[in-house]
Write a protein of this length. Structure first.
Length: 70
């Protein structure tokens, strides 16, 4: 029977690798580059503005849920 070898593609350098020590990265260097990108705020998520009315509705919903549990 043949052994199946899974390969992965590094999201930083796009190198194909089989060693899973630093998965999903191929090496510590690529993992550190990714961490640096987070620290430097290179990665961002878009956010929506929330108005006061939405916040009040959310607070009421949370309050009702906690009352139901008690």
């Amino acid at each position: 029977m043949t052994e199946v070898v899974k390969t992965h593609c590094c999201p930083i350098c796009k190198k194909i690798f089989t060693d899973t020590k630093y998965r999903p990265f191929c090496s510590k260097r690529c993992a550190d580059i990714d961490l640096g990108n987070w620290f430097n705020e290179s990665y961002r998520f878009e956010a929506e503005e929330v108005d006061e009315q939405d916040l009040e509705e959310l607070a009421k919903a949370v309050e009702q849920k906690t009352e139901e549990k008690d």
